[in-house]
Design a protein. Sequence first.
Length: 71
Amino acid sequence: MGGIGLLEFSIVLDVMRADPYTILVHDIHHVKHYRSMQRIRSDSRFRILGESDHGGWAIAKYVPGGSSQDQ
């Protein structure tokens, strides 16, 4: 998601809403990506697969139609 902020992340959510995908977010401490990570953490359709606070990145799986915790 290099250079993509919250607006673009929202577009990804809208366009990909019906399809499963995996997303890598880098520089999660920057405000534009921090807000995207807040949305990922609060949405049960996402499951965080890996994350590095020190490295500032996260990878998450999106599963439409319910909780990705069960997928």
